[in-house]
Design a protein around this ligand. Structure first.
Ligand code: COS
Length: 388
C-alpha cells in the first residue's frame, strides 16, 4: 500500500486558506499587536487602533458568510486567528473573540433574515463592535438564575436589570442580552434581545480594575425601563437560554484557542530567554531542569492544539461538539496556567518584573479558566455528556 501525502496540508492538517489566514494574522500580530501589548496592559487601554486595522484586514467577522459582511472563512481559521493574536496579546484576542463568537455568531445562527441584514454587515465588517450580556451579580455560573426582567408594555418590552463583566461594553454599539420574559418557566422563560447603545434607558455602569487581559475592555450594562421593540427579540421567545448555551459551546472553542495562543507565546519567550541567559558559564537551556520544563510545556501545548482544532472541525462538520469544546477549553486553559507559570520560573527574578512579558501572560491565562464558564462548569458540562 502506498501512503500519499497531501502537500497542501501541513502538520496540523490545515488547508491552503487556513494556512494563509494563520500566516496573515501571525504577521499582523507580530508587527502591529505585540508592540502595543505591554502598554495596553499597563494602562488598561482598549486598543481601538488595532480593531480598526483588523476591520480593514476583514477578520472581525471571519467565520460569517460574505453575504452578511463577514470573511466567509471556516471556524478553524477563526480559532487560529484568535490563537495567533493571543500568542502576543491576550487582551486583543479576548475582545476579538467576544465580538466574533458572542455577537456575530448568535446573530447569524438565531437571528431572523431582517435582523441579520440589519446588524451583521456592520458587525462582521468590524465597522462597529458588539458586546454580549449574560452574567449578572447573582447569575454567574448559574446562568439560568438571570434576574434581569422584561415586561410587555403595550407592544414593547421594558427591561430592568444589570449585567456585569461584559467584554467590550464601553466600546460596543450593538448588544445582545438575556432577560426573563416568563418568570415561572425557569430557563424556558428566558429570552434574548438585541439593542443599540443609544436605546433610551440603557447606560454603562462602573468598570472594575482587572488582574489580566487589562487591555480588553469590560464594563457593566444597566437597564432602567429600557424599551425594546418586539422585532428586537433574538429568534423566539423563551429560547434565549438555549441560544446562549449554544453560543457558549462555540465560544468555548475560541477561549480554548486563546489559552493555546497564550501558552505558545509563553513557550516562545521561555525558549528565547533560556537560550540567551547564561549562568554557571553556559546557557540555561543546557540544564536539564530547564529542558524538562520546556518539554512539558511543548507537550501540553500540542495536546491542547489537537483538542481545540478537533472541536472546531467537529463544529464545521455539523457534528455534536459541546463536550469537545468544553474539554478543549478546560485542558487548554489549565495547560496555559502551567505553561505561563513555568515561563516565569525559567525567567527567574526577571520573570517577576514588568520588564519581561511572561508575568502578563500568566495573568492573562487566568481569564481562560474563568471566562465563558469556569473550569468547574466545563467539568459539569463534560461529565453530563459522559454520563448521558
Ligand atoms: N445547547 C443547547 N441546549 C442546552 C445546552 C446546550 N449547550 N445546555 C443546556 N441546554 C438546554 C437543556 O437541554 C435544557 O433544555 P430543556 O429544559 O428543554 O430540557 C435547558 O437548556 C436547561 O438546561 P440545564 O437544565 O442543563 O440548565 P442548568 O441551569 O442546569 O445550567 C449550565 C447548565 C451549568 C451548564 C449552564 O448554566 C452554564 O453553562 N453555566 C455557565 C455560564 C457561563 O459560561 N457563563 C460565562 C459567561 S461569559 S460570556
Amino acid at each position: 500500500m502506498t501512503l500519499t501525502i497531501d502537500v497542501s496540508q501541513d502538520k496540523w492538517g490545515l488547508n491552503e486558506q487556513q494556512r494563509m489566514i494563520r500566516d496573515m494574522v501571525q504577521d499582523f500580530a507580530v508587527r502591529n499587536v505585540e508592540p502595543r501589548s505591554a502598554e495596553v496592559d499597563r494602562n488598561s487601554r482598549f486598543p481601538e487602533e488595532t480593531f480598526k486595522e483588523m476591520a480593514e484586514m476583514g477578520i472581525m467577522g471571519l467565520p460569517i458568510p460574505e453575504q452578511y459582511g463577514g470573511g466567509g472563512a471556516d471556524y478553524l481559521s477563526y480559532a487560529i486567528a484568535v490563537e495567533e493574536l493571543a500568542r502576543v496579546c491576550g487582551s486583543t484576542a479576548l475582545s476579538y473573540a467576544a465580538h466574533t463568537s458572542l455577537i456575530c455568531i448568535p446573530l447569524y445562527m438565531f437571528g431572523s433574515e431582517e435582523q441579520k441584514m440589519k446588524y451583521l454587515p456592520d458587525l462582521a465588517s468590524g465597522k462597529v463592535l458588539g458586546a454580549y450580556g449574560l452574567t449578572e451579580p447573582n447569575a454567574g455560573s448559574d446562568a439560568g438564575g438571570t434576574e434581569t426582567n422584561a415586561i410587555l408594555d403595550g407592544k414593547d418590552w421594558v427591561l430592568n436589570g444589570t449585567k456585569i463583566f461584559i467584554t467590550n461594553a464601553n466600546y460596543a454599539k450593538t448588544f445582545i442580552a438575556t432577560a426573563v420574559t416568563e418568570k415561572d418557566k425557569g430557563t424556558a422563560g428566558i429570552s434574548a434581545f438585541i439593542f443599540d447603545k443609544e436605546t433610551p434607558g440603557f447606560s454603562l455602569g462602573s468598570k472594575d480594575e482587572k488582574m489580566g487581559t487589562r487591555g480588553s475592555d469590560w464594563g457593566t450594562l444597566q437597564f432602567d425601563n429600557m424599551k425594546v421593540s418586539p422585532e428586537n427579540m433574538l429568534g423566539e421567545r423563551g429560547q434565549g437560554f438555549k441560544y446562549f448555551m449554544q453560543t457558549l459551546d462555540s465560544g468555548r472553542i475560541s477561549i480554548g484557542a486563546m489559552a493555546l495562543g497564550i501558552a505558545q507565546g509563553a513557550l516562545d519567550k521561555a525558549i528565547q530567554y533560556a537560550k540567551e541567559r547564561k549562568q554557571f558559564g553556559r546557557s540555561i537551556s543546557e540544564f536539564q531542569a530547564i529542558q524538562f520544563m520546556l518539554a512539558d510545556m511543548g507537550t501540553e501545548i500540542e495536546a491542547a492544539r489537537h483538542l481545540v482544532y478537533n472541536a472546531a472541525r467537529l463544529k464545521m462538520a455539523g457534528q455534536s461538539f459541546g463536550k469537545e469544546a468544553a474539554m478543549a477549553k478546560l485542558y487548554a486553559s489549565e495547560a496555559a496556567m502551567r505553561a505561563t507559570n513555568k515561563a516565569v520560573q525559567i525567567h527567574g527574578g526577571y520573570g517577576y518584573t514588568k520588564d519581561f512579558p511572561v508575568e502578563r501572560y500568566l495573568r492573562d491565562a487566568k481569564l481562560c479558566e474563568i471566562g465563558e464558564g469556569t473550569s468547574e462548569i466545563q467539568r459539569v458540562v463534560i461529565s453530563r455528556h459522559i454520563l448521558k
